[in-house]
Ligand binder design. Sequence first.
Ligand code: KG4
Ligand code: ZN
Length: 367
Amino acid sequence: MKTESRESAVIDEKQKAEPNRDVLILAIESSCDETAAAVVKNGREVLSNVISSQIDIHTLYGGVVPEIASRKHVENINVVIKEALQQAHKTLEEIDAIGVTYGPGLVGALLVGVAEAKAMAYAAEKPLIGVHHIEGHVSANYIADKNLEPPFICLVVSGGHTHLVIVKDYGRYEVVGRTRDDAAGEAFDKVARAIELGYPGGPKIDRLAKTGNADAIPFPKAVVNGAPLDFSFSGLKSAVLNYINSCKMKNQEYNKADIAASFQKAVVAVLTEHAMQACEQYHIDKLAIAGGVAANSAIRDSLKYHCEQKKIAFFCPPNILCTDNAAMIGSAAYYEYMAGIRDGYDLNAIPNLKIGERMTGKGSSGK
Ligand code: KG4
Ligand code: ZN
């Protein structure tokens, strides 16, 4: 399915990449609550990676408030971009192309980055490249490991997404597993709220779980009938809420650390099993992880251990490249740029952009 902006994407002569020359991408990310800009060289080398987090203000409300996120992006975006160029010791003239997240995400938040990128591309006469946020997360692995090449399997686990993706080639993806309901990060955040840890819950559960007994409460590991690589976390989340409610009704104390550890164990088990199964089923011996939840220490340890057992190479970006950032967007934009993909000035924010949708639209318009 083509997207509107892709159909009118153009590539003219002056926008083509010159061979054997360093390519600098200025990347912008504003899909949720981080305003970020980065300068990335040749898709793998980060010259700057500036992130202005809004977590403090959203914490006051117990989660991301979309309108506040958009307003904060408007306030911060120019400052963050200026800083990214300065830290990279580059001017806008030296940049080859501008990459920007255009979906999925919060529409008002995405629009700030997209409008900014379009204005800059127009004013500086630079090519414009819209990037899928999840492809950005996957591409963080290219920065973290300079030798990683497709094909590989990537487990993308973030606040809004849980996907098992086969990265067939640069810019070519096949989703082989996805969540049917809550994303993994959403489940972490909701359980954290239930045990009054605050927002964002993932890192707090990760820390607290280290002090709890993971075998204390047998929370269920959900499976989706007929779709063994798909995920479902809403049942697990409900089981945690039911457990807390039943303790409250019986006037029983409950141990928050045990709940955190037992919940996390159930999530880790499902993510590990499905990722291992995907590698086996598709005969791929490289597994990467991506997204905010990939910062979780138990998930990293479990995947590392099981990959070692099965002789699968494991790729895991540092935390700073797992959570939302623009360097990952710069890496994804670089491979699009080299493939000759360009966007028109009608590029729009697409809040529910699917991975396949994006790929087909781009491929059909830019080459
Ligand atoms: O990728 P990300 O920064 O934003 C989205 O694209 O959604 O992911 C944010 C999510 C939040 O749900 C947060 O709680 C979760 O990542 N997260 C973690 C950890 N650090 C962040 N979840 C579990 N363990 C962590 N250490
Ligand atoms: Zn993200």
